[in-house]
Structures are given as structure tokens and as C-alpha cells.
Design a binder for this molecule. Sequence first.
Ligand code: ZN
Length: 129
Amino acid sequence: MHELSVTESLLEIALRHAQQAGATRVTALHLVIGQLSSIVDDSVQFYWDFVSKDTIAEGARLHFRRIPTELACQACGERYAPDGENLACPKCKGTRVRVAAGDEFRLDSIDVEPDAPPEEQDAEERPRR
Ligand SMILES: [Zn+2]
């Protein structure tokens, strides 16, 4: 249950930032997930609805931005997107490569409201499953 602990820490971060901003409600989280990340966004959404219950972030929308994989050749410094299973550098055919982008998972930003919105707006914002 990797995503559960990840989602719990997301909530913790979001609530801390909301508190610092003096917000009474978190309406959205903007997340960045690399293509290589093992995080499954559906699972995060599922756990989110569960862990955010009875907090000021309950019902917040999760927005996921996918970052494509990018490799960097250690030999010539070329940065490129891998071609299927072939991870070798297209320029020098080098095989000593590192992941330059695509394995990240982070909270980019949150949307907050300074005051509690009307109840009907709250209901509309809540994701249904
Ligand atoms: Zn190279």
C-alpha cells in the first residue's frame, strides 16, 4: 500500500501550507508525476478521498501533470527521450545514462480559499467515485 503513505504525506504537506497561508479550505492540489514513477494516480485519488475526510482539504481536487521520461548520457551529455526499450544514447550510442526527468513525484502547488465557501459549492467540488 505504497500510495496510502504517499497520500497521507501529501495531505500533511497540503495542510501545513494551508495553515501557513491562513486558509480555511484547500480546494485543489497540483501534483507532478514522472512517467517512470510507480505512483498510480487513480490510487492516490482513491486514498485522498479517504485520508482527507474531516480535514479542511476534504473534497479537494487532485490535478496530475505527467512528466515524460528524459535520459542524460554520461559520456556526451545528450538529453533525450528513450526510444522504447532502447535506452542507449542516440548520439554516441553510449549506455551509461542517468534519469534526468521522469522519476519525480511532488506536490507542485495547492489552491486554497481564505474563507469557507457556501455549502452548495462545497458539494459541487467533491469528487464522486
Ligand atoms: Zn552520448
